[in-house]
Design a protein around this ligand. Structure first.
Ligand code: GPV
Length: 809
């Protein structure tokens, strides 16, 4: 199917006129965007339909990726790219006298996730489709996405994100595929006359789950997979029972808003409702699809792989059991085998406070039948494992203990695969966090280092760099990103290096223009752009970054004539609304930015830009403009990180601790092409074991650091009296839980090495090029191939270069 510009213009105009019955030139950019989205939908509908039909006809095995969060980013351009018509459409739009970038920019960026976990799910959807793997996403259609962040006097303020205000062209409501999800009430088991116990329910609340499907378009392969997001509604026949607005609210609330807290567990009833709602709806629709094929139950796990993205959808385990036992009448053993063989689970954190555990009573009341099944799974686990592993170890692995249901334990026991998201993270799971389970089920554990889609994060975000790479090494890397390594051959080619520098400069100018327009901050695009973009969390240590900035500032104040490598520090971070300390760090950095940006002694030597409302679209603007990628979490705490991969792919040099995937970046680029600092995981463990760390002592022994910290409480930074004190206390009084002070000196030293290297433009650009050329292995295409091969056992039509499947165990 090729499309000419002329054909495009004719078809597009038709679509527009059918939609708006008016002249396209008078339309708003939102309307133009809507029409273009509709054009794409029509253009790809045949492939969508055919993909579905093909999967059904061939009865291929399909993956269902269950995730509470998806962060797809704007879809217009990526759909055009994957359909192979980006250039045609762009030209056509231009010829029609319309502004392509303005149209692109009027799409809302759906924020149906918090951060890395949600973005990973969307990178995976892109790779699954692009590899031609039969795969589906399953999640929640939140009426409101992650809050919009504004800064008022430097404080984070949260506004609702009404992302559906202008409708959503990509989704298709499928009420014919709706299912009912049951909550509450009472249940008892009754003999059904055929020697089977069947549950009898009373007083349940029945909620309609309506799916909204969005096509996930593969890269130039005619595949369109499906992302299914569920919305909660009152079943028409039950309208009569909802007498008050408050009654109706309970239902609407289920899919009203995304929980804005990442890496933190909140034991709230509504969250549990959300989790069961989309899990049950998804499992029901899978079983319905399976039954349509009239295969024996023994075929279920040969046709279906269910992936649980962190524990949020872990109720997949008892829900599938419930359907198989209660509705399909299977025996326990058969149902259990099917369940375990179908389900796999990814762990994304070792942070205790993020581990989900639900109060028994809450589950009992909200999901009485599910609770019975969890209890039975737990009892069988105990009965089976005590004789093998003894009571002590077994009781440490139970699903129910101390009045709570531990979701990770449920996910591990009920699945055949448990994976971490970077090598170090998986090692820590095996050796520490989940060691009892590793002893019990060594073969379930495996590593799948995260990945990113090079289509969004290079092709679309950095078109100029893409062209340069194409020009040098051809286009093979687009379907086989390992080929990026060929670019290394140009690391000493002056011409290529200077092109690379020009592209970086242009990208920095683009960001500078944004900063100027949005914040009236003038940036020098030749300064070193230093970027930390991720959720605000103490373990990610934005504070360490800020203390270094403060230290530089003091240096300039001491000697305003000092020659310093000019730097622009860019932050992007949302704090969970209830995470007070994180919000105080935001206020602190904003106050520091205000002080420094307006100090005439500083001038262009330093500028700080803390962008508001960081998300996928801003990442696309910032990442190509970065020189330094700040990946400075305390070793052992960041499961993987994925912005580290995106920044590397765009030629930023990583300044990092040996944490998460930073270690794998180091292995790929070599120690001479990365700035490492700080404690290692072992050293952190040792310090924790010894228990002798004293932040106060570090401070007493370091005059420079002492001076920096004094600025938090001596009034030098205006308007942070309270925040400065709290932060100071967290470091000194509460002994610096994340070893910020301990790592300070080596962090500053790494920054100085970076400054020095930046003086030598050629050496810097060479390292940037090597970083780009070494980033192929982080393509989510490879990550997904490994999931497909080693966990899901599914085939894709475009899985090439199988040698890449090896390694990364
Ligand atoms: I658990 N992660 C996240 O974004 N939200 C969560 O609720 C949890 C984990 C992140 C980790 O913090 C990152 O290290 C990781 O790269 C990402 O998940 C994807 O695996």
């Amino acid at each position: 199917m090729t499309l000419t510009t002329t054909e495009f213009k004719t078809e597009f105009t038709k679509v527009f006129e059918a939609l708006y019955a008016s002249n396209i030139k008078d339309a708003s950019s939102v309307q133009q965007y809507n029409a273009l989205g509709n054009f794409i939908k029509v253009y790809s509908s045949e492939n969508w339909n055919q993909t579905n039909q093909l999967y059904l006809d061939n009865q291929v095995k399909q993956v269902y990726y269950f995730s509470m969060e998806f962060l797809p980013g704007r879809m217009l351009k990526s759909n055009l790219l994957n359909l192979g018509i980006l250039d045609t459409v762009r030209t056509g739009i231009k010829e029609m006298g319309l502004d392509f970038e303005e149209i692109v920019g009027s799409e809302v960026d759906p924020a149906l996730g918090n951060g890395g976990l949600g973005r990973l799910a969307s990178c995976f959807m892109d790779s699954i489709a692009s590899l031609g793997i039969p795969g589906n996403g399953n999640g929640i259609r939140y009426r409101y996405g992650l809050f919009q962040q504004k800064f008022v006097d430097g404080y984070q303020v949260e506004l609702p994100e009404n992302w559906l205000r202008n409708g959503n062209v990509w989704e298709v409501r499928k009420e014919n595929k709706a299912v009912t999800v049951r909550f509450g009430g009472e249940v008892y088991l009754k003999e059904d006359g055929k020697n089977k116990l069947r549950p009898i329910y009373s007083n349940t609340q029945n909620i309609l789950a309506v799916p909204y499907d969005t096509g996930m378009i593969g890269y130039e392969n005619d595949v369109v997979n499906n992302l299914r997001l569920w919305s909660a509604e009152i079943p028409v026949e039950e309208e009569i029972n909802y007498k008050t607005v408050a009654d109706r609210e309970v239902v609407n609330q289920i899919t009203e808003v995304l929980y804005p807290d990442d890496s933190n567990y909140e034991g709230q009833l509504l969250r549990l409702r959300q989790e069961y709602f989309f899990t049950s709806a998804g499992i029901q629709s899978i079983v319905r699809f399976f039954k349509k094929q009239q295969l024996p139950w023994s075929e279920f796990s040969n046709k279906i792989a269910i992936h649980v993205n962190d524990t949020h959808p872990a109720l997949c385990v008892p829900e599938l059991m419930r359907i198989l036992l209660d509705e399909e009448g299977l025996g326990w053993e058969q149902a259990w085998n099917i369940t375990k063989r179908s389900i796999s689970y990814t762990n994304h954190t070792i942070m205790q406070e993020a581990m989900e555990k639900w109060p028994v009573q809450m589950v009992q009341e909200l999901l009485p039948r599910i609770y019975q099944i969890i209890e039975a799974i737990n009892q069988r686990h105990i009965d089976k494992k005590v004789p093998l592993y003894g009571e002590e170890l077994t009781y440490r692995t139970t699903i129910i203990s101390d009045g709570y249901i531990k979701m990770a334990n449920l996910a591990i026991i009920g699945s055949h695969s448990v994976n971490g998201v970077a090598q170090l993270h998986t090692d820590i799971l095996k050796e520490e966090t989940l060691r009892d389970f590793y002893e019990m089920y060594p073969s379930k554990f495996n590593n799948k280092t995260n990945g990113i889609t090079q289509r969004r994060w290079l092709h679309l975000a950095n078109e100029k760099l893409t062209h340069l790479i194409d020009e040098k090494i051809g286009k093979e890397w687009k379907t086989n990103p390992a080929e990026l390594r060929q670019f290394k051959a140009y690391s000493k080619d002056k011409d290529t290096l200077s092109c690379l520098a020009d592209i970086k400069l242009e990208n920095k100018q683009r960001f500078a223009a944004y900063a100027k327009e949005k914040y009236a901050i003038e940036l020098d695009p030749t300064a070193l752009f230093d970027v930390q973009i991720k959720r605000l969390h103490a373990y990610k240590r934005q504070l360490l970054n800020a203390l270094h900035i403060l230290d530089r500032y003091l240096k300039i104040k001491d000697d305003p004539s000092l020659e310093l490598q000019p730097r622009v520090f860019i932050f992007g971070a949302k704090a969970a609304p209830s995470y007070i300390y994180a919000k105080q760090i935001i206020k602190f950095i904003n106050a520091l930015a205000h002080l420094i940006n307006n100090d005439p002694d500083v001038g262009d030597k330093m500028k700080i830009v803390f962008v508001e409302n960081y998300g996928v679209s801003l990442a696309e603007l910032i990442i190509p403009a970065a020189d330094i990628s700040e990946q400075i979490s305390l070793a052992g705490k960041e499961a993987s990180g994925t912005s580290n991969m995106k920044l590397m792919l765009n030629g930023a040099l990583t300044l990092a601790t040996l944490d998460g995937a930073n270690i794998e970046i180091k292995d790929l680029v070599g120690e001479e092409n990365i700035f490492l600092f700080g404690l290692t995981n072992e050293e952190v463990n040792q310090l924790n074991r010894e228990g002798t760390y004293s932040a106060k002592r570090v401070l007493d022994e370091n005059e420079r650091l002492n001076r920096v910290l004094e600025c938090l409480i001596n009034g030098m930074i205006p308007d942070i009296e309270e925040e400065g004190r709290v932060i100071y206390d967290s470091l000194i009084r509460y002994n610096d839980e994340y070893y910020v002070l301990k790592d300070f000196e080596s962090f500053v030293a790494a920054q100085e090495r970076a400054d020095k290297l930046y003086q030598d433009k050629e050496a810097w650009n060479q390292k940037a090029l090597i970083n780009i050329a070494s980033s192929g292995p982080f393509s989510a295409d490879f990550t997904i191939m490994r999931y497909a091969d080693e966990i899901w056992n599914v085939k894709g039509k475009a899985i090439k270069n199988r040698s890449f499947l090896k390694g990364n165990q």
